[in-house]
Design a protein around this ligand. Structure first.
Ligand code: PEP
Ligand code: MN
Length: 341
């Protein structure tokens, strides 16, 4: 839809606009209003260059897309009936609970196993655990491939599917070989299109899920959904969207909590939305509240950092992990809240 600066285009301007869209197989339909005309673009609107050329015309005020820029993720698209599932959880049948340590400590396997057992007991569906860690400072602990073996062992002992973050294609291959059930793309890689494509291609036809975190610097919702389109367009429709807070952070919190975007996401796309309250607020005592807020906003699930003894954990665990006991109360509270929604 083209809105021009003057009430209507001159004949010469209209011809110019028609010529541009014709190059991309589209036509213009003029809609005559009482005070001004608008110009509808008929045809496939997926051509970025067509929009850039129209935007570049000095007599054009705005060009709005009617079609969604992401065909596959769109709620009205062909995948709208796709039902996401992982382990014993299926979309639409209750809340998905993902929980586990921020970072697996390769020197303390017992902590991971005890955490995993406790989480299994209380009914968590997926065990999360950072093997390779994206750290702000290069001298901080970056993870250890031994932790991958520990996660695989934790799955063997509990039957819980695994969620592990991968940051490059080498880690992706190792995680796929280990049969990781849910691959996480972290906030720092949310716009790493080559990694998104790679993950889509390499997991095509496999029952592997992808948890895509919202980029910390991502503003528009469409950018987030369009990033997930890369994974789906390259072969894997099992994508979960995970808001986790953005910049600028609220003073005293780790990020700017963004659970209020959940209804917007649900409006635009069919993909399940799993909220990460742990990185959004960054303080264990606030995590359950943020998790409950996300449920009120319509989240399909939550991904919570959890540790049997947070003070003995590494990475984010001492400051933001909650105990399995606190997680159990949160799960009961979620069930209550869902009853009144
Ligand atoms: C994490 O899940 O531990 C993590 C590093 O998340 P994010 O990418 O959202 O910071
Ligand atoms: Mn973390």
């Amino acid at each position: 839809m083209i809105i021009c600066k003057e009430p209507k285009l001159t004949d010469a301007q209209l011809v110019e606009v028609q010529q541009i869209v014709a190059e991309f197989g589209c036509t213009i339909q003029v809609i005559v209003g009482a005070h001004r005309c608008v110009y509808a673009i008929l045809g496939d609107e997926q051509h970025e260059l067509m929009f850039n050329r129209l935007h570049g015309l000095d007599y054009v005020d705005r060009v709005d897309r009617i079609q969604s820029p992401y065909k596959l993720m769109d709620r009205r698209g062909q995948l709208a009936t796709h039902t996401a599932s992982i382990g014993t959880w299926e979309m639409g049948k209750g809340t998905l609970f993902i929980a586990g340590p921020c970072t697996v400590d390769p020197k303390n396997p017992q902590a991971l196993f005890e955490t995993a057992h406790a989480l299994k007991e209380i009914g968590v569906h997926v065990l999360r655990g950072g093997v390779w860690k994206p750290r702000t400072i290069p001298y901080a602990f970056q993870g250890d491939v031994k932790s991958l073996e520990l996660m695989v062992e934790a799955r063997a002992r509990t039957g819980l599917p695994l969620n592990i973050e991968v940051m490059d294609s080498e880690q992706l291959d190792l995680a796929i070989d280990a049969g990781v059930d849910m691959l996480q793309i972290g906030t720092r890689n949310a716009l790493n299109y080559s990694l998104l494509k790679d993950i889509g291609r390499k997991t095509q036809g496999r029952k592997v899920c992808v948890l895509l975190k919202r980029g910390r610097h991502m503003a528009p919702i469409d950018e987030f959904i369009a990033a997930s389109e890369y994974i789906v367009a390259n072969g894997n429709p099992n994508v979960f969207l995970c808001p986790r807070g953005t910049v600028p952070e609220v003073q005293g919190l780790r990020n700017h909590p963004d659970e209020s975007i959940i209804p917007l996401l649900k409006d635009k796309t069919w993909a399940p939305v799993v909220y990460d309250p742990s990185h959004a607020v960054g303080r264990a005592s606030f995590v359950p509240l943020a998790a409950l807020a996300s449920i009120v906003y319509g989240a399909d699930g939550v991904c919570v950092e959890c540790h049997i003894k947070p003070s003995e954990g590494i990475g984010d665990d001492p400051k933001q992990a909650i105990t399995p006991q606190r997680m159990q109360k949160l799960m009961a509270d979620v069930a209550h809240v869902r009853q009144i929604l």
